[in-house]
Ligand binder design. Structure first.
Ligand SMILES: Nc1ncnc2c1ncn2[C@@H]1O[C@H](COP(=O)(O)OP(=O)(O)OP(=O)(O)O)[C@@H](O)[C@H]1O
Ligand SMILES: [Mg+2]
Length: 601
């Protein structure tokens, strides 16, 4: 696109770059002192670096003056500097001071950056776990995890390195420009004509690089998702002998990433070569032009050396500043995506009741509740559900797979809000009860149980961290788990989870049941909690469950009649509706899903 009009620097989205900086400063607030100290050290170091060429020039002029007639040289040399040894000593002292400053600003900035990052990671993680289920159901969890990981890595690079480099070289560049002008206005003006086009081109390519970096980052995220998925489902991958399919899928994703990244590395290479070429060409030109000025007597050799030093500083600083600029753009992308997450409304409720509402008694009522998952809004999963459950009742939810049973209890736990209709607890609208308060009185034994990477003891205590060891073991006993756990070499201290001992499906289910027993909730929800148990273990667990059900409102989803028989009322869910409900005897009388189930037994 031809841009007529005078040479204008491309518009930088300043507000958001500023936001990135403001946000970084905000994160570094607790390390305010460190940042201030580091900035001062950095500025002093840069100033000293700029002073350095001054003495170098002085050394040269002093040397020449001692050999030639001072008058012909036209340089002003202070008394002390007529001895070149003195000048050399000063130079050495300046160099040492620079070293100290660089050490201080690097160490302090890095420390402040890491502190800020720790804070950011913590905040992001906290926000992610607090995000509503709505969000987790709409974004693939692995995608989210890798996105956050890589974005945080980019921000880390920015906070501990790029920002510091940008600041240091920005200051060096600015100081270099000013001192070049002071040293020789003529040379500086000549240079001033050469630089703007170079800078303009540099900024333009910097933006292109940033754009493609973002794309590369996204494609890398895609391939990371494949790794996560394959490893999480490794048993399926192997059982279906699909290793080559997954490898191929990964190769395709890699290829897509590779295309962008190769093109971008070419772009980066051209960019760097261009900058270097520009630096060399202008250096040669300036050498010639400066030598000419010395011949004409407009400049002393010392002044010229000084100028060339500043030019070298400025030239190299420009490259780094441009690089920092493109990295800042990259950090900008990462920052925006992180902000997206930090800005999603956390799971709150417009609760009107205070957090110390009296405990629930356990009455639950669904009133004309309809719901569709956000991912498939056109496919209603629940339609006009009306269900009243009195405190202390035990309700069995039965129905074909995919009927909406798990969804119904997700609404009960308020993982999702109904699209229409209302849910009442003790005749109070669910939205009026603070979420944390509500969930604190529920316990869920989910369909899929994943243990945490801590001891079995702590895994059982997950829903009631304050429980004593004795109480925890008692819960394990009731879930018929105690004998198994004590038979393990490390007993209750056995580590579970990804990196720990693997438990069988039935053992995990019993851990989850023990968890629920220990939590002693008002409302207990079991989603096929005993589906993986053999009939004998199930019969034993049922004994404890009967006692458990007696004291609270319970919802049990089950396919097995033996479990369903524990309920006082059976609710048949079909196609997202309540097709029938009643006691076992009533349902047997009627023609329907339950009678078929009973007859097939
Ligand atoms: N997170 C989700 N996003 C979109 N659709 C979903 C989601 N979870 C479940 N569904 C759909 O909602 C419907 C009901 O699912 P639900 O898990 O409630 O069934 P279910 O009765 O518990 O089945 P099962 O007995 O197999 O556990 C299904 O058609 C399912 O495909
Ligand atoms: Mg289910």
């Amino acid at each position: 696109m031809a841009d007529s009009g005078p040479q204008r620097l491309p518009q930088i989205d300043r507000s958001s770059s500023l936001n990135l900086i403001r946000f970084s400063l905000h994160l570094m607030k607790p390390a305010r002192g460190l940042v201030a100290g580091a900035t001062i050290a950095l500025l002093i170091g840069t100033a000293l670096q700029l002073v350095f060429p001054f003495f170098v020039g002085m050394l040269i002029d002093s040397t020449l003056a001692s050999r030639a007639a001072t008058a012909t040289l036209g340089a002003e040399i202070p008394e002390w500097a007529s001895n070149i040894n003195h000048v050399a000593l000063v130079l050495l002292a300046v160099a040492m001071a620079i070293l100290v400053c660089v050490y201080m600003d690097t160490a302090w900035f890095m420390r402040a950056g890491e502190l800020a990052l720790r804070e950011l990671r913590q905040r992001t993680f906290e926000r992610i776990v607090r995000l509503p289920m709505q969000f987790h159901a709409s974004v693939r969890a692995a995608d989210l995890a890798s996105r956050v990981q890589s974005d945080l890595a980019v921000l880390q690079e920015f906070l501990i390195n790029d920002a510091r480099m940008g600041l240091r070289y920005g200051a060096l560049m600015t100081g270099g420009f000013v001192l070049m002008t002071v040293t020789s206005p003529l040379l500086a003006v000549t240079l001033g004509v050469l630089i703007p086009p170079v800078v303009a081109i540099g900024i333009k390519s910097g933006r292109a690089i940033a754009r493609f970096s973002k794309q590369a980052q996204e494609r890398l995220g895609d391939s990371a998702v494949i790794v996560d998925e394959s490893l999480q489902a490794i048993t399926s991958v192997k059982a279906f002998a699909n290793e080559s399919v997954e490898t191929q899928r990964y190769a395709t994703a890699q290829e897509r990433y590779f295309e962008v990244v190769v093109a971008n590395s070419r772009r980066r290479a051209i960019f760097l070569a261009f900058i270097l070429c520009a630096v060399f060409c202008s250096t040669v030109f300036m050498m010639w032009f400066g030598s000419r000025q010395i011949q004409l007597g407009n400049l002393t050799p010392g002044e010229f050396t000084r100028f060339m030093f500043y030019l070298a500083f400025t030239g190299s600083a420009m490259g780094t500043v441009a690089e920092s600029f493109s990295r800042m753009k990259r950090a900008q992308g990462a920052f925006e995506r992180t902000q997206e997450i930090l800005n999603v409304e956390p799971e709150t409720s417009a609760a009107t009741l205070s957090t110390d509402t009296p405990p629930l008694t356990g009455n639950v009522r669904f009133e004309q509740v309809s719901f569709a998952y956000p991912a498939r809004e056109d496919a209603p999963v629940l339609r006009n559900i009306d269900l009243t459950v009195a405190a202390g009742e035990t309700i069995a939810l039965v129905g074909p797979s995919g009927a909406g049973k798990s969804t119904l209890i997700s609404l009960l736990l308020r993982f999702f809000e109904p699209d229409a209709g209302t849910l009442f607890f003790d005749n109070i609208r669910s939205s009026e009860i603070p979420l944390a308060r509500l969930r604190a009185q529920m316990a869920l034994v989910p369909q899929e149980i994943i243990l945490f990477g801590c001891s079995l003891m702590d895994n059982i205590r997950y829903g009631n961290p304050a429980a004593s060891d004795e109480a925890t073991m008692e819960a394990a006993r009731q879930a018929h788990l105690h004998d198994f756990i004590t038979s393990l070499p490390e007993g209750y201290q056995t580590r579970a989870g990804d990196r720990g001992t693997q438990l069988s499906g039935g053992q995990r289910q019993r851990i989850a049941i023990a968890r629920a027993i220990l939590r002693a909730p008002r409302i207990l929800i079991l989603d096929e909690a005993t589906s993986a148990l053999d009939s004998e273990s199930e019969a034993m667990v049922h004994e404890s469950m009967r006692a458990l059900f007696a004291e609270r409102t319970s919802f049990i989803i089950a396919h097995r009649l033996s479990t369903v028989r524990l309920a006082s009322r059976i609710v048949v869910v079909r196609d997202g509706r309540i097709a029938d409900q009643g006691t076992h005897d009533e349902l047997i009388e009627r023609d329907g899903f339950y009678r078929d189930l009973w007859n097939q037994r």
